[in-house]
Design a protein around this ligand. Structure first.
Ligand code: ZN
Length: 463
């Protein structure tokens, strides 16, 4: 149920039950400043899985309870969500009280928000690229490997101890005491990044370093530490919008877009969203990536360069909300295409030119596989994605052309009336039965002419 390049299921939202053996590190990986799948568990898998328990922070950083955590992992963040002064104050107090902060950050022509966190501890991210090879600043056992994937150096004051430097001796990883705790600042290129966690570079020395520094603050291993969820929630129609202080500006606009989108969805489908289908929409602090489950959808706050570009966000909101109209019986074959088709139709009704372009492009991509739509069975296991999507759009367009206006609304109205909530399945045979009832014509021959292997005898909904 997702339209983003990176796709995982809701399971990602739920901190897995970890085993009960005591661990010396209670880490918090922050997702509130910038959502990445890497920070959502991969960092922990690579460096802490045998020594620590990790929770993810989805809520505003300054509200995070760090009392029983001894390692806070921060990324450089995204310019759309600066680190607030309150959050930086909160992090500083946590370090003063004995906690360890790991900040993975690199400077750039545009400085990332993490530069403000580094600055609080007397370090300055720099635009200067690191000269390779990188090396350890202090003597290490001979077989200790150092891997560095490139990045920028930074400037540090006398309170800092460099641990890894570039070929010119400029720091790439450094630590300092601050109050009772530690700050560790490192270039992102010293750590893994694969979403499947298969590149735990430098784990042989990063893990012991994290354990040693975090050990400065004792934690109660029997008491779970906190990984709160986004703290704000707002009801918007069938959706509960969830967001943090940092994503609030986007949530406000997304709520407004939804209010514009909703009446179009009702007009297009002829029905209200399915009763009891409460869908939570989490505003993720990212421009790409997201995930979806039956209950909760997470979407990128600045998706498609929103709010500069509006159409991609309108399509996305309509798509995700559209699932709430379709349930409790997901559509066969075109459950995803029909959601985006609804988004396209909403966009057209809102006068957005990108909507027709999106439709035309997908139809053209489908025709490359099946020029007159009569040859390829879209239900075949090896049916190309573009064929499935293009043929789905063609069917919706053609049914509207032949049986409109309002063919889709007739279909949804009939489906709602005809298909019992507890029906165990809803097949393409059933779907064509509903279309036939809705439009007052036996549509099985027409669908078969488009290479859909459908039979009225396999559905009880036509009678
Ligand atoms: Zn979807």
């Amino acid at each position: 149920m997702l339209l983003t390049p990176l796709l995982v299921v809701l399971a990602a939202l739920i901190t897995p039950l970890q085993d009960r053996a005591p661990r010396s590190v209670h880490s918090v990986s922050d997702l509130s400043q910038e959502f990445t799948f890497y920070m959502d568990g991969r960092f922990h898998t690579q460096y802490l899985k045998d020594v620590g328990r990790d929770v993810r922070n989805w809520g505003s950083l300054h509200r995070l309870d760090l009392s029983n955590a001894n390692l806070l992992v921060l990324s450089e963040g995204d310019p759309h969500v600066p680190y607030s002064d309150a959050s930086i104050d909160h992090v500083e107090r946590y370090v003063e009280d004995g906690g360890t902060l790991l900040l993975m950050a690199d400077g750039g022509e545009a400085m990332p928000p993490g530069a403000a966190v580094a600055a609080r501890f007397g370090a300055r991210l720099d635009v200067q690229r690191a000269a390779t090879p990188a090396r350890f600043a202090t003597a290490q056992p001979a077989d200790t490997k150092l891997e560095f994937r490139g990045g920028r150096v930074f400037e540090i004051g006398l309170a800092w101890t460099p641990l890894v430097v570039d070929a010119k001796g400029e720091p790439l990883l450094a630590k300092r005491r601050h109050g009772k705790g530690w700050v560790l600042l490192g270039s992102r290129g010293l750590f893994g990044h694969q979403p499947d966690a298969k590149d735990p570079i430098n784990a042989a020395w990063v893990t012991p370093l994290l354990v040693e520094l975090a050990g400065t603050k004792p934690i109660d291993p029997k008491r779970p530490h906190q990984g709160p969820f986004a703290e704000h929630a707002r009801e918007i129609g069938p959706l509960t919008l969830e967001y943090t202080d940092g994503t609030q500006p986007y949530a406000d606009s997304i709520a407004k877009e939804y209010e514009l989108v909703r009446p179009h969805l009702v007009a297009l489908t002829g029905v209200e969203p399915s009763a009891g289908m409460i869908t939570r929409l989490l505003v993720l602090p990212t421009g790409g990536g997201g995930f979806s489950s039956g209950e909760r959808i997470a979407i990128a706050a600045w998706w498609g360069d929103y709010p500069k570009q509006r159409y991609p966000m309108v399509e996305l909101i309509a798509h995700e909300a559209g699932h709430s109209w379709v349930l409790p019986h997901p559509e066969p074959l075109w459950n995803e295409p029909i959601a985006t088709y609804l988004g396209i139709q909403v966009g057209k009704r809102m006068g957005m030119e990108d909507a027709q372009r999106t439709l035309d492009a997908q139809l053209a991509a489908g025709r490359r596989h099946d020029p007159d739509w009569t040859k390829l069975d879209p239900l075949a296991p090896d049916a190309p994605r573009d064929l499935v999507w293009g043929k789905s759009y063609f069917v919706f367009e053609e049914l509207e052309r032949l049986h409109g206006p309002g063919a889709l609304a007739k279909y949804f109205t009939t489906k709602r009336a005809l298909v019992a909530k507890d029906r165990p399945r809803y097949t393409m045979d059933d779907c064509v039965a509903v279309w036939s009832r809705a439009l007052g014509k036996d549509l099985y021959p027409w669908f078969r002419s488009l290479a859909f292997p459908v039979e009225s005898t396999r559905s009880d909904l036509g009678r």
